[in-house]
Ligand binder design. Sequence first.
Ligand SMILES: O=C(O)CC1=CCC(=O)O1
Length: 91
Amino acid sequence: MLFSVRMDVDIPRDLDPEVRADTLAREKAYSQELQRSGKWPHIWRVVGAYSNISVFDVDSNEELHDLLWNLPLFPYMTIDVTPLAPHPSAI
Ligand SMILES: O=C(O)CC1=CCC(=O)O1
């Protein structure tokens, strides 16, 4: 099952710099592990925003929910999920 996921990041300006750096490092490691596994095949920066649009390839809604819930940046994100289906004109 493919999902398009938009993540808008909003880290509070007064967050402790060490906590910020640690959270970003854990986010990078977590996302790269999922990219290597094939569960997160695309991640693209949204130009001009602290946002990304990603594609997830998972087995269920519950799996996607768990992957997103465990993002280290999850507390600082607004997440919008769009389920995808094959387009009849795709070649
Ligand atoms: O920078 C972002 O868009 C947030 C993010 C998601 C995975 C990652 O490594 O950073």
